[in-house]
Design a binder for this molecule. Structure first.
Ligand code: ATP
Ligand code: MG
Length: 262
């Protein structure tokens, strides 16, 4: 990994860009994953590279749903393994969820590389998806493969940085789908039951924190959080945030103001 000077004003952005490149060099991340990352970066820049209130609200609802789930499963792809391998394991543990390696561009080599990476952080980690025997209806062969003990069986699934077509197919299967996607306009964002419009590098640690805090909540409290939640409103509020931020930035010289740097 090339050394980025910590003093660089875009240090973290460059750091995660290098992580994605490293992910590709390790055989985990697909070339198209680099493009997806770039699209995510662009939306993050516009959002302000921070967790906005609607994302926090979505995370609370997602964690409530996951804590109440009978069989929650978190999907791992090549970008996720490159950016947040350890945080993914932590989140699964905090929620008591299963992990499944599930790829849009599935190859056995890529699955193996991702499994190896995650095992560096926890040699005992239980990873599904290495031998998927089921298929999501409506998706052709490779793209539709899922693990019988994982996504196939799950009632609630977390599919971060996911393609819209696959998100839609999972919803059609009757799964409750939670996604993490910086693009509030993507098909995934629109199709999911809960959409967390935030960078996964911020969202996963925060969700782990929330899971630890909320696991002592009563069933009624958790149900209440889910009942109150409205995903359409969340997506709308993110768009309003973007609109207001851009209006402020476009104002007369206002873009130079310090408070816009968040
Ligand atoms: P869709 O298929 O849902 O319409 P898409 O085709 O534009 O979306 P995909 O490559 O299928 O994009 O999905 C990847 C999604 O992940 C993109 O919407 C991108 O903005 C988002 N993304 C990329 N990196 C991150 C990140 N670090 N955190 C959160 N979201 C991210
Ligand atoms: Mg797509």
């Amino acid at each position: 990994m090339i050394k980025i000077p910590k003093s660089h004003p875009r240090y973290w952005s460059l750091y995660y860009r290098e992580k994605i490149i490293e992910g590709m060099e390790k055989g985990m991340t697909a070339k198209a994953g680099l493009i997806a990352h770039g699209r995510g970066e662009a939306f993050d820049y516009i959002i302000g590279e921070k967790t906005v209130e609607p994302a926090e609200r979505a995370m609370r609802a997602a964690v409530a749903k996951l804590l109440l789930a009978k069989y929650p499963v978190i999907s791992v792809n090549g970008n996720v393994a490159a950016l947040v391998p350890e945080e993914t394991i932590e989140l699964a543990k905090a929620l008591g969820a299963k992990l499944e390696i599930n790829l849009f561009y599935r190859t056995e080599e890529r699955v193996k590389a991702i499994a190896e990476e995650l095992r560096k952080y926890d040699p005992e980690v239980d990873l599904l998806g290495t031998n998927p025997t089921k298929r999501i209806p409506g998706l052709e062969h490779e793209r539709g493969k899922v693990d019988e003990r994982g996504i196939w069986k799950a009632d609630v699934v977390v599919v971060p940085l996911e393609d819209g077509d696959r998100t839609e197919a999972l919803v059609a299967m009757g799964k409750f789908v939670i996604t993490i996607d910086l693009n509030p306009l993507s098909r995934s964002a629109r199709m999911a039951d809960i959409t967390i419009v935030d960078n996964i590098v911020r969202a996963y640690p925060r969700m782990t924190e929330l899971a630890r805090e909320m696991k002592d909540y009563s069933r009624e409290e958790l149900l209440g959080i889910i009942k109150e939640y409205d995903n359409g409103k969340t997506l709308n509020d993110v768009l309003v945030h973007i609109k207001n931020r851009l209006t402020l930035l476009a104002g007369d010289g206002v873009w130079k103001r310090k408070e816009l740097e968040v």
